[in-house]
Design a protein. Sequence first.
Length: 317
Amino acid sequence: MKLLIYFVSAVLLLPACHRASQDAWVAEVGTTKISRQALIEKLKQEQDNFDPELWQDTEGFQVLKKQVLQGMIEQQVLINEAKRLSLSIPDAVLDRSLQELQSGYPDSDFEDRLKKQGLTLAQWNESQRNKMLVQQLIEAEVYTKIPVSDQEIKFYYQSHRKEFYEPDQVHCQHIVTNKQEKAKKILALLDKGESFTVLAQKFSESPDRVNGGDLGLIKRGDYPAVFNVCFELATGQISPMISSDYGFHIFHLIEKKPGHFLSFSEVRSKIKKGLVASKGQQNLKTWLDERFKTAKIRIREDVLKEITSHGNDDKKS
């Protein structure tokens, strides 16, 4: 869930009467300090998200720098609140999240991606833990406390019936090849009663050949127009050979599911989640504003000023 950025109103700006070299922190949230180096690293990580011209413009960078720090402060306010409530993310949950994310990358690609972002695996783990902690906090303190009555859910269902119409669907298989003669031979084998599944596994050139060409349940528009022939077939019927830009197709209709309205019991949970999310936006804003207004925050303007777009301090040794 993305958090909206809210500017903290109760911020105490420290006078620039001490040199930044005396302390290594740029902001303090409660008793937690945000170091100058942490802000520099965060700026480097966020650099690709901003217009390069803004990054190089002196005045623009001042705004950008304060915006990034503001986000760090707001996150720390919420982390402190989560810790106050004794919320935590178990290592097992964090490890599972890491495994799920890594599964989408070949071998070392994930760590290479982190390096490009200026992150170590340990830093990513800490960032992910904090993100999950904030999500847990908001769920516990905001969304689980939003009341939604059965009457509200039923009213929504009755007044938004079109949302719950399930259009016609068909369960079909297909075989596709880029050679017309090959497709004709497959049709001849099907006419002799051979298994569509076996022939799809043996001859089809589509990735779903491993499943016997089974496409599962599909709706009109899920696939290119050539697949719409499936909606015209009778259950168990095999189509003639049909050509398209993708090759020569043969379809087999397994089942038809006529369009129908989903029952209240089928969509009740979905409607409730939607109503909670809708109500939650305003509740979340109010809750966040209260947290930020009461947070004790200090910003060292002298330290902040000395951080440049080059990622180093302007202060002299």
